[in-house]
Design a protein around this ligand. Structure first.
Ligand SMILES: NC(=O)c1ccc[n+]([C@@H]2O[C@H](COP(=O)([O-])OP(=O)(O)OC[C@H]3O[C@@H](n4cnc5c(N)ncnc54)[C@H](O)[C@@H]3O)[C@@H](O)[C@H]2O)c1
Length: 453
């Protein structure tokens, strides 16, 4: 039974995997090219910010060590997981630049090892990348044969930032792409050991696993966009309520309720880029993947669309506060964040914008330099606001009252993307615009015109 594993790349995913595996009794050696990451792990601290990461590393310190040397890690373990960055390139594909470098070191280490060893790529890559982009490097550098002297798998994870360790230990399923049976057997053993929820394992070829990974994320983003479109339909139907409709849709087992809460677009480090990359792959393979292109286009267009809706009601120069700059609640990550895009679109339309986020403000400041003032103080964000747009369900926003929003002024407009403050609708001093709920005037007229006479 495999007891010793190594992790190459101690970033948000890799460090969390290291901590999660150690918590399940495995001895884990972490490798990073960054001395700070190695030092942090060896000191029992988290190398990056992630929920429970520091706690887990400190608690399972006796089974964890880190090094700069890939060779040391390969010689001291039976299986190595590679979780280095695969950034999007200018074509929308995933670059193998870092993975190639890591695989070169792994190949050189394999040359010095007599025993069988399994290499597992966890970084997100596109179909064909593992077999044609990386495997030849291992064989060339090691002088050995894959499937005989060493094994190779592609094994991506489905995790969300903020709950990486929990998701890693309790996945819906394990997606296991194997070069051959023996490689897959070794990896499946690890999964059974690590899983807290006895998650099923789906084994397949490397290429099927590569396409399955990006297909999962692309499909989820289509659900999100569908729900956002549905929200707009509901705004235009008398009594329309996207939550009521989505709850009904969710009852259908073919659909399910998850990711169907219409409100605002998807963002973050994985969803948008996986969708774009799958579309790139479609283009390369001659597949009609317009569905994916359209999804991306629709999602990126949402901010502009909301600004267009506001424009008739507010003159240029009005003060607009955008509450929520991270791509989801309780996060500091602003990558591809709809809140940040909304600030930019508002500023380009001539509004004076203040963005608020308790956690993400320091990161958003640079991204919005030319477009908005950014603050982590809610009072400051609301001070002069004529319009308040609430883009996430972060806790401080859920308890906002009319008085808090008005601050002595006579009138204010609130656009509530997630329908979290519906009580505000009863206050005559507030023009409350919930996304996904009908407003009487809009709704009736259009339908009457369509059907009467
Ligand atoms: N973070 C997520 O939410 C998430 C989710 C699913 C998949 N992924 C995928 O996982 C991969 C890594 O993502 P991440 O967010 O953990 O990245 P990250 O940037 O947080 O961490 C990557 C780490 O790898 C290290 N590294 C780079 N080259 C190295 C090398 N040759 N040897 C050893 N270490 C090296 C870096 O120093 C860094 O610490 C990407 O392919 C990403 O698409 C990430």
């Amino acid at each position: 039974m495999i007891q010793n594993v190594s992790i190459i790349g101690l970033g948000k995913l890799g460090a969390s995997m290291l901590a999660g595996m150690a918590s399940r009794g495995l001895n884990v050696i972490g490798v990073d090219v960054n001395q700070h990451a190695v030092d942090a792990v060896n000191a029992g601290r988290e190398p990056v910010q992630e929920t429970q990461l520091g706690e887990f590393i400190a608690r399972h310190k006796e089974r964890i060590r880190a090094t700069l040397s890939t060779e040391e890690a390969v010689l001291g373990s039976d299986i190595s997981f590679v979780i280095v960055p695969t950034p999007s390139d200018e074509r929308g594909a995933f670059s193998l630049q870092y993975a190639r470098y890591a695989f070169k070191s792994l190949g050189q280490a394999l040359r010095k090892k007599n025993a069988y060893h399994v290499i597992v790529l966890t970084s997100t890559v596109l179909p064909g990348a593992t077999r044609h982009g990386l495997l030849p490097i291992l064989e060339q550098e090691s002088g050995k044969k894959c499937g005989l002297d060493f094994g190779l798998c592609y094994n991506p994870e489905f995790i969300a930032l903020g709950s990486v360790i929990r998701d890693f230990l309790n996945p819906d399923f394990y997606l296991l792409g194997q070069f051959d049976q023996r490689s897959g057997d070794a990896l499946e053993q690890i999964h059974h050991r690590v899983s807290q929820n006895n998650a099923p394992v789906r084994r397949m070829t490397l290429e099927n696993a590569e396409i399955a990974k990006i297909a999962v994320n692309s499909f989820v983003t289509m659900k999100i966009s569908f729900a956002n479109m549905l929200a707009e339909f509901c705004e235009k139907i008398p009594g329309g309520n996207v939550d009521v409709v989505s709850d009904a849709l969710g009852m259908d087992k073919r659909i399910g309720r998850k990711y169907l809460t219409g409100g605002f677009g998807f963002g973050g480090p994985c969803f948008p880029r996986d969708n774009v990359a799958m579309n790139f792959m479609g283009g390369q393979l001659g597949v009609d993947s317009r569905l994916l292109a359209c999804n991306d286009d629709y999602n990126r267009g949402l901010s502009r669309r909301y600004v267009e809706k506001l424009q008739p009601h507010f003159p240029k120069g009005a003060n607009v506060a955008v509450l929520g700059l991270a791509y989801k609640p309780l996060s500091h990550v602003i990558e591809e964040s709809p809140g940040v895009y909304l600030c930019r679109a508002l500023s380009e339309a001539g509004y004076r914008v203040v963005g608020h986020d308790a956690l993400a403000a320091p990161y958003a400041e640079t991204a919005l330099k030319m477009h908005a003032l950014v603050t982590s103080s809610l009072d400051e964000a609301l001070k002069d606001a004529d319009v308040v747009l609430i883009t996430t369900t972060d806790k401080p926003y859920l308890t906002l009252t009319a008085d808090h929003l008005l601050r002595g002024r006579g009138q204010i407009t609130v656009v509530d993307f997630w329908r979290a403050l519906t009580d505000l609708a009863r206050d005559p001093r507030i023009r409350y615009i919930p996304i996904g709920l009908a407003t009487a005037t809009q709704a009736d007229e259009k339908l009457k015109n369509l059907w009467q006479g």
